[in-house]
Design a binder for this molecule. Structure first.
Ligand code: UDX
Ligand code: UDX
Ligand code: ADP
Length: 488
């Protein structure tokens, strides 16, 4: 029969484990939830008296304020939390492998495996182990084998797959009212019982018809598929944005017209400078790697193109900036507004801003950056990672600013890379006065009111809009480029 879960342990206090288990604690006051992590600094931040939490997520601090100390705890004592729990979420990081077999594609499962081995080593009672991190298909099977090979007598492990679909910036809303909760289990009697135990937890706040129970492999694949299809929509609309720019059509009008087809739907059709975040690229590359391992090269090529289109979109945008600024930005100051991969998060993983700034630096521009949430240390670390120069040299070319105004002062161009609302409310007249002329704005997020900016005097270039600066049809350079099959 299903176990009634009284204590939950979550291994990994990051963007997924933290908010997810905080909401479970909020909604299940009768369950003790302990979130553990090896990273002491991170745990200290979760425990900080003034709620300076390690991740920025709207609404998260209210949840933690209510549950922390009541039935929600944060700790570095991984072993005790494992021993006491009936159910363990594994929410550790699964980055793309940097070396070895599958480098650049396959997920690095080292953290999952280490956490799994720790569970096997210290558990003295039966556990339900729930795979929460996004992992390639069949990871649950590996976890099961490791656990069974290392378990003690009278200690059973049931593995479930329960992928998380929250998006950063809206995590709390997504967790409180999920489109669906997906739970995969073996179809054996024991597997189904374990599944029911987890269903009972979510049933505290999620309607029954939104809780789907499926096989383990379907569950694992659904997570990759959902992210791949979301990313594919963005690459599709971004591919069309290039056509719009070359012809004078308007990508917002196209997206709106297309999205009103109820079979297509209006969401996730916003053209942009390229998608970022820790999931999309990683999960698609996982899918590519999986397809290749299964000897399905056509399937692999299909999904790979979604990532390639995204890379091209980012390059295309930085090239537009250079081309528009009279084919050179050497020595020019470019202000980049936004460094997070999307608004309402401080997360920068795979952010398009990183690629843009790398390209601007390669053209020997100076770059000033402002983001309302991202820590300066993080920006330096990200740039150090991708720019083929020493940090010292990078810091000579890049200035980090504490306001949009400071970043734009004396700049030749402003590049909007993240759709932060506050960029809408900036005093653009004052910015215009402080900039070199002609003053350019490049909107990579379809955020700003172009006609207002043009009235002020800005030259405005918007993703997916061809007519802003010059008529593209009559532009000889564009024709030249088209005829030569160049990038734009
Ligand atoms: C399509 C468009 O739907 C319509 O809006 C446009 O005006 C004309 O083209 P149609 O070709 O008549 O309409 O049929 P549709 O229902 O779109 O199906 C096209 C093909 O896709 C069919 O072979 C159908 O069997 C197939 N299909 C459709 C699938 O294989 N799977 C699906 O989920 C949907
Ligand atoms: C995504 C999935 O949405 C979520 O379900 C999954 O659990 C994790 O991956 P996340 O990466 O947090 O979530 O953010 P998301 O809102 O999906 O945005 C990803 C990227 O796509 C961002 O860079 C965003 O700016 C970009 N994007 C999104 C667009 O460029 N256009 C859009 O229309 C939507
Ligand atoms: P995600 O976005 O998937 O949540 P994060 O990197 O934000 O990824 O969080 C993963 C967390 O898991 C990190 O804080 C990391 O320190 C933690 N972690 C990784 N391996 C272990 C482990 N074996 N035991 C405990 N915590 C771990």
């Amino acid at each position: 029969a299903p176990v009634t879960v009284k204590k939950i342990c979550c291994i990994g206090a990051g963007y997924v484990g933290g908010p997810t288990c905080a909401v479970i604690a909020l909604k299940c006051p009768h369950i003790i939830v302990t979130i553990v992590d090896l990273n002491q600094t991170r745990i200290d931040a979760w425990n900080s008296p003034d709620f300076r939490l390690p991740i920025y997520e709207p609404g998260l601090d209210e949840v933690v304020r209510e549950a922390r100390g009541r039935n929600l705890f944060f700790s570095t004592d991984v072993d005790t939390a494992i021993q006491e729990a009936d159910l363990i979420f594994v929410s550790v990081n699964t980055p793309t492998k940097k070396s070895g077999v599958g480098a650049g594609f396959a997920a690095d499962l080292n953290y999952v495996e280490l956490a799994t081995r720790r569970i096997a080593a210290v558990a003295t009672t039966s556990k339900i182990v729930v795979e929460k991190s996004t992992v390639p298909c069949r990871t649950a099977e590996s976890m099961q084998i490791i656990l069974e090979a290392n378990s003690k007598p009278n200690c059973r492990f049931d593995i479930l797959s329960n992928p998380e679909f929250l998006a950063e910036g809206t995590a709390i809303g997504d967790l409180l009212a999920p489109d669906r909760v997906l739970i995969g289990s073996l179809q054996s009697a024991e597997g189904k019982d374990a599944c029911q135990s987890l269903v009972d937890i979510y049933s505290n706040w999620v309607p029954a018809d939104r809780i789907l129970t499926v096989g383990v492999w379907s569950s694992e694949l659904s997570k990759l598929a959902a992210n791949a299809m979301l990313a594919q929509r963005i690459s599709s609309i971004n591919a069309l944005s290039a056509i719009c720019e070359a012809t004078g059509a308007n990508i917002d009008e196209v997206a709106n017209a297309v999205g009103m087809d109820s079979r297509i739907g209006p969401k996730f059709l916003k053209a942009s400078v390229g998608f970022g975040g820790s999931c999309f690229q990683k999960d698609i590359l996982n899918l590519v790697y999986l397809s290749e391992s299964l000897h399905l090269p056509q399937v692999a090529a299909y999904w790979r193109q979604v990532v390639e289109m995204n890379e091209w979109q980012k390059k295309r945008f930085s090239k537009t900036v250079v081309d528009t600024l009279f084919n050179t930005i050497t020595g020019k100051r470019i202000a980049v507004l936004g460094f997070a991969f999307k608004a309402d998060t401080g997360d920068t993983r795979e952010s398009a801003s990183i690629s843009l700034i790398r390209d601007f630096l390669a053209e020997r521009a100076t770059v000033s950056v402002y983001d309302p949430q991202v820590e300066h240390e993080q920006i330096w670390a990200d740039l150090d990672d991708v720019v083929p120069k020493s940090l010292d040299e990078i810091q000579k070319q890049v200035t980090l600013c504490s306001s949009a105004f400071e970043a734009c002062e004396g700049a030749e161009a402003v590049v909007v890379a993240t759709e932060w609302k506050e960029f809408l409310e900036i005093d653009w007249e004052t910015i215009y006065k402080s900039m070199k002329k002609p003053a350019f704005v490049f909107d990579g997020r379809l955020l700003l009111d172009a006609s207002k900016l043009k009235q002020i005097g800005f030259k405005v270039v918007i993703i997916g809009r061809g007519e802003e600066i010059r008529s593209p049809i009559s532009s000889p350079r564009r024709h030249f480029n088209v005829l030569n099959g160049e990038n734009r």
